[in-house]
Write a protein that binds this ligand. Structure first.
Ligand code: SAM
Length: 296
């Protein structure tokens, strides 16, 4: 029996009581027959099939768990609650054509439209896009919704003035270089490309919002993907890890200049737990990395 993990001094009040219901993913796991986890190499086709099925199966629970936090027409970059309305990482979007990659329910694109942009929201999953369509109908802000894999964007070259992604697509594709190259292709020169992902240093800890999530169990330098698998060992969910250096090299290699790397601090009084993001962990180390880049 392992010793219970110690809680750092002064943080005992921050320990979450349980994993929130909506973060347990029970429906998706049942539907897909998930029986365990694995670390192994996984090809693009297996990853794409697994993630399409996963996001379709989890879409209702994701929206039920996080929809109120994300809002209907709000641009929230991360569980720490950084909003584009204040951060302005994309700059002035009025009159600009803005592409959102991995939009989910497309709240970010509706915020962009409300701010005067011509936003286009894209996602791999029809389940997530169903929530995006409902959001369009609820708000009356009808952004165009396109079902597309971020690795093959169905748009003309040089047709956007900015691109963004809040935790969309990048953690789930085998090659971020492929996505960056596609984003480069559809952007006009000088355009911003801003995206948020799980901070790479989180990889070394278990995905646990409580004290168990404070003990290193996984090497930072091991890029072997994390899988959830069914009884036959087939992937039902795939997530990839890249180090900070991997992101910087991939951006430089595809023609993007890194202008800022935002590591949001956990705000005082912010008590909401989201999966492995919690006040306890957020006060100790970063949970999100937001890359603000520009096409040279
Ligand atoms: C964590 S959700 C983020 C959604 C939304 N941006 C938000 O903040 O709630 C990840 C999204 O990426 C989408 N996704 C996964 N793989 C993708 C891919 N290869 N291409 C496009 N979207 C993908 C999923 O369907 C899902 O909607």
């Amino acid at each position: 029996m392992p010793e219970p993990a110690a809680v750092p001094t002064g943080l005992a009040d921050e320990v979450p009581a349980t994993v929130p219901d909506g973060d347990r993913h029970e429906h998706a796991e049942q539907q897909l027959g998930t029986t365990g986890v694995a670390y192994r190499a996984v090809g693009g086709a297996e990853a794409a099939a697994a993630n399409l099925a996963w996001w379709d199966a989890d879409a209702d629970d994701y929206q039920a768990a996080h929809g109120d936090f994300l809002g209907d027409a709000d641009f929230v970059w991360c569980p720490e609650g950084v909003r584009e309305a204040e951060a302005r990482l994309l700059g002035d979007v009025r009159g600009k054509r803005v592409l959102e990659v991995g939009c989910g329910q497309a709240a970010c694109s509706r915020w962009l439209a409300s701010a005067g942009a011509a936003a286009v929201a894209t996602d791999l999953s029809a389940g997530m896009l169903r929530h995006a369509r409902e959001g369009n109908e609820r708000t009356g802000v009808a952004v165009p919704l396109v079902q597309a894999n971020a690795e093959v964007l169905p748009f003309a070259s040089g047709s956007f003035d900015a691109a963004c992604s809040a935790f969309g697509a990048l953690p789930f594709v085998p090659s971020i270089e492929t996505v960056f190259a596609e984003v480069r292709r559809v952007l006009r020169p000088g355009s911003p490309w801003v995206f948020s992902v799980t901070h790479p240093m989180r990889w070394i800890f278990p995905d646990d919002p409580g004290p168990q999530g404070l003990t290193v169990t996984q090497p930072y330098f091991d890029r072997t993907p994390y899988l959830e698998v069914d009884e036959a060992g087939e992937a039902t969910y795939v997530e990839y890890h890249r180090t900070l250096g991997d992101y910087v090299r991939a951006l430089a290699g595809t023609g993007f200049t890194l202008e800022d790397l935002v590591e949001p601090e956990w705000p005082a009084g912010h008590t909401r737990t989201w999966g492995q993001w919690s006040p306890l962990r957020g006060k100790l180390f970063p949970g999100t990395a937001i890359f603000r880049t520009r096409l040279a």
